[in-house]
Design a protein. Structure first.
Ligand SMILES: [Zn+2]
Length: 315
């Protein structure tokens, strides 16, 4: 295949995966355009090496079961794997797992326990059940589509849709409503979708001791900083864990800290102190023009920890 064709195929594959992943309307926001541009440039610069990297991801998606033995996150969220994973039940108090055919409903037992705690707390707060989306593959590792992270079993996507839900059989939940919380253009909250219910869910998740970070769209974080739907009643300190990140307008992405004693788990640097309602948030909301000069090539993705290669073939 010619180089240009490889790049085009990769772009199409990535686009299709993204459409399927989030069901977000393709909308032209400055931020997403910047990301698209950066991604395209990175593809062009990285070229065939990138193509090879994508193809190498598949063995992890093919792992059918968790590895035997004690649970252990290995490596980081974007460069790791997971030993001894547990599966999230399809149904629980306050939640329903969706898209189970994707086989991404596995996680560290702490992550499973967190989802169950959050479900109970959400139900006690009067919320309708939330949908739980991707966690990790049975042995973690890179995914062929949709995410750079979710590799070491400590990440979970929870959808913002808190409307009352029909009781569907687990495998009939592949195509459920997962609306964006933002208006078309992605510059403002959609008050018909996002209200005090979602703020409550975010508060409950942020209050959980095991939760280290919660990724939300910068526009959502900005609205919360401004007190949308009572978000700053009682102060803004709880917004500390909410990290602005593109996308994440229809789901929140929760990341747990490395469990105590998990010596192979690689954590992230701590979040800077404060509520994050500052220049670091404003940066995401400013207009950034696409670079006019070629961007330097991305450094090659670091190799997975050696223990992951062993894990892939264990048991
Ligand atoms: Zn996620």
């Amino acid at each position: 295949m010619r180089f240009a064709t490889v790049v085009r195929v990769l772009i199409e594959r990535r686009s299709a995966a993204r459409r399927k992943e989030s069901r977000v309307n393709v909308r032209n926001s400055t931020i997403t355009n910047c990301y698209k541009t950066a991604f395209l440039l990175a593809l062009v610069v990285a070229g065939p090496a990138r193509a090879a990297a994508v193809d190498r991801l598949s063995p992890w998606g093919a792992a059918a079961s968790a590895s035997p033995g004690p649970a252990s996150p290995i490596g980081g969220p974007a460069n790791g794997c997971l030993a001894g994973a547990a599966a999230l039940p399809a149904d629980g108090v306050g939640f329903q797992a969706i898209r189970l055919r994707r086989h991404r409903n596995f996680g560290h037992p702490d992550t499973i326990a967190f989802v169950m705690r959050l479900g109970r707390a959400a139900q006690a707060a009067g919320l309708a059940p939330f949908y739980v989306g991707d966690m990790a593959q049975p042995r973690g590792g890179p995914m062929a589509s949709g995410h750079g992270a979710h590799q070491n079993g400590l990440d979970v996507d929870i959808w913002f849709n808190l409307d009352p839900k029909p009781t569907l059989a687990p495998l009939a939940r592949d195509d459920v409503p997962l609306p964006s919380m933002l208006l078309a253009g992605m510059h403002a909250i959609d008050p018909a979708q996002f209200d005090a219910r979602q703020v409550t869910l975010l508060r409950l998740a942020a209050a959980d001791q095991r939760v280290e970070r919660i990724f939300v769209n910068p526009v959502i974080k900005q609205a919360l900083c401004r007190g949308f739907a009572g978000a700053t009643d009682g102060g803004s300190a709880w917004l500390h864990k909410l990290r602005p990140w593109p996308g994440h307008d229809e789901h929140l992405h929760v990341r747990l800290a490395c469990p105590a004693g998990a010596t192979q788990c690689v954590g992230q640097p701590p979040i800077p102190p404060g509520d994050g309602c500052d220049a670091s948030l404003a940066w995401w909301l400013e207009k950034h023009e696409a670079p006019t000069t070629p961007v330097p090539p991305r450094p090659p993705r670091p190799r997975l920890p050696k223990a992951c290669a062993v894990l892939l073939t264990a048991g």
